[in-house]
Design a protein. Structure first.
Length: 171
């Protein structure tokens, strides 16, 4: 069924693009001004962005309906947690089937605060992101690089959980 939706979605996008191109071509033939052409193009861009947003919402709804509960398979500090790699392994196929993908952007401020932004993008182009920030995790005997890496890993996990609405077994 998903393949049918994707094929129909592709055909619909293709039809919309050719309709937009036809409208613009007709406007050019009728002697439309640059201002009128720009307004036509702006209108088409807004329409396409809205359609992409609706496709994203639909895909996220499908993903959340089918997404498994994430198993807590790792232990640290006398408690169990779901690791990032295991989480991704459990959801990557479903994300792809729903036309979704994720990515992260990281940064560090001059005062050392680490920021991680997780973005989820739909194949139609709509993207939503969430950001979390924290100081480097200097607990234990970590050097400065390890402290930063620990924080990045932690924030990647929790931004992914936040943007996808995930929960592990006993959260």
């Amino acid at each position: 069924m998903n393949d049918i939706v994707k094929k129909e979605g592709s055909r619909l996008v293709s039809e919309q693009q050719s309709q937009a191109a036809s409208m613009i071509q007709l406007a050019i033939e009728k002697g439309a001004s640059i201002d009128q052409l720009e307004r036509l193009m702006d209108m088409q861009e807004r329409y396409e962005a809205n359609e992409a947003r609706k496709a994203y919402v639909s895909a996220m709804s499908e993903f959340r309906a089918k997404c498994p509960t994430i198993a807590k398979t790792r232990t640290a500090h006398q408690s169990k947690y779901a690791g990032l790699a295991e989480t991704i392994d459990q959801i990557k196929t479903l994300l792809s089937e729903c036309g979704l993908s994720h990515s992260w952007k990281t940064s560090q401020s001059e005062n050392g605060i680490v920021s991680v932004t997780c973005c989820v993008t739909h194949v139609a182009g709509h993207q939503e992101c969430t950001t979390m920030t924290a100081p480097p995790d200097d607990s234990g005997k970590k050097n400065r690089i390890q402290a930063i890496a620990s924080t990045v890993s932690y924030l990647e996990r929790y931004t992914l959980y936040a943007i996808l609405g995930l929960a592990s077994a006993d959260m």
